[in-house]
Design a protein around this ligand. Structure first.
Ligand code: GLA
Length: 386
């Protein structure tokens, strides 16, 4: 962490606030939700607007039965398209696809999981459903009444300048706080106005840094590798969000999905699976649940990784871990198998390093000054170097 720190009290919690290189506040510690990047599932990438309560219940069932819950996936998040209409008092009711939101929440909670929901600071959501503009407190109360634990708040139809945008996000944050329920607040406005600088000040626990991901290697790589430089804005309780996972949705191959997962873990990104959990192949499940890879994402130090070397299409990324070791990603973005070398000096690991392959769960030995691996096209070798 760079820069000077002062400690302040916020809502009874000690928070270290640092001044980063450019004077931007870096919120480094606190006791609120999302101490590590949130993990769970979200309905959008697979179900989009067709999502129903039954789909969400079966996602919750699958999270438990497949072992994803044991691997750390806890949030079951309904994205857009659950909304019906407001009654004469302004209270928003779910549509016919979600006949019993409280019952759904009880069902999810009984499994030891948490339930998330979606709205917009504008009058309409991205899929043209009812947003929260002018109804923030009523909506927050409804969420608390249903037992919601996570809100994704998506910019969509919001109209206004930068100050109005900040005020709108803060307004919902305050409405959520007023309910007394711990609700993770996820800002979704695609990285406009360098949201990573002010997201924490409006109560954001995470903020999308880009436009939407799709199940496509080029799009995923553009977003994931493009996160370099944002690392000093991530810390426990406050995460950069390069969007949800596409692992298992079918349009990338195994090496590409491993790259996606490895990169998101090095980035300390939220891990929200976006596939149909009731129909997972063994490869998809293995990519989503490898405990050694997930440990990189969930490491208690909460550092976001960054690129330390690049040679054409070959990149080396590093993430410092709480035990002093480094997670190191050797990436090949090119179109043929290539050797990629991590120099220990570059990754801050000293002269000699013991190297473990995290996907293969295998110790590779002790190496002097560098380690080289053959990396498949669009693939990765993910290491832990001590
Ligand atoms: C935006 C968001 C997506 C999804 C849709 C829903 O595009 O970025 O993640 O929530 O809206 O309409």
């Amino acid at each position: 962490m760079v820069g000077r720190f002062v400690s302040i009290m916020v809502r009874g919690c000690i928070v270290l606030v640092g001044l980063g290189l450019l004077g931007a506040p870096v919120f480094a510690q606190g006791n609120g939700p999302a101490r590590t990047p949130p993990m769970g599932w979200n309905s959008w990438n697979h179900f989009a607007c067709k999502v129903t309560e039954a789909d969400v219940r079966s996602a919750a069932d699958a999270i438990v039965s497949t072992g994803m819950k044991s691997a750390g996936y806890i949030y079951v998040n309904i994205d857009d398209c659950w909304q019906g209409t407001r009654d004469e008092k302004g209270v928003l009711h779910p549509n016919e696809n979600f006949p019993d939101m409280k019952g759904l929440s009880d069902y999810v909670h009984a499994k030891g999981l948490k339930l998330g929901i979606y709205s917009s600071p504008g009058p309409k959501t991205c899929a043209d459903h009812e947003g929260s503009l002018g109804h923030e407190e009523l909506d927050a109360q409804a969420y608390a009444h249903w037992g919601i634990d996570y809100l994704k708040y998506d910019y969509c139809s919001f109209q206004g300048d930068f100050a109005a945008q900040m005020a709108a996000y803060k307004k919902m944050h305050e409405a959520l706080e007023k309910t007394g329920r711990a609700i993770v607040f996820s800002l979704c406005q695609y990285g406009m106005d360098r949201v990573w600088r002010w997201g924490p000040s409006v109560g954001g626990n995470l903020w999308r840094t880009t436009g939407d991901i799709s199940d496509d290697y080029d799009r995923m790589a553009y977003i994931g590798f493009g996160q370099n430089g944002l690392e000093r804005f991530a810390a426990p309780g406050h995460w950069n969000d390069p969007d949800m996972l596409e692992v298992g949705n079918g349009k990338m191959n195994k090496d590409e999905y491993r790259t996606h997962m490895s990169l998101w873990c090095l980035l300390a990104a939220p891990l929200l699976a976006g596939n149909d959990l009731s129909k997972m192949t063994p490869d998809t499940l293995a990519i989503l649940t490898n405990p050694e890879v997930i440990a990189v994402d969930q490491d208690a130090l909460g550092m976001q990784g960054h690129r330390v070397a690049q040679e054409g299409q070959l990149e080396v990324w590093v993430k410092l871990l709480a035990d002093g070791s480094r997670a190191v990603g050797l990436f090949n973005r090119g179109e043929s198998v290539m050797p990629v070398t991590a120099y220990f000096r570059d990754v801050g690991a000293g002269d000699t390093g013991s190297v473990r392959d995290l996907w293969e769960k295998r110790d590779l030995g002790v190496f002097n000054s560098s380690f080289t691996a053959q990396v498949p096209t669009h693939g990765v070798v993910l290491l832990k170097v001590k």
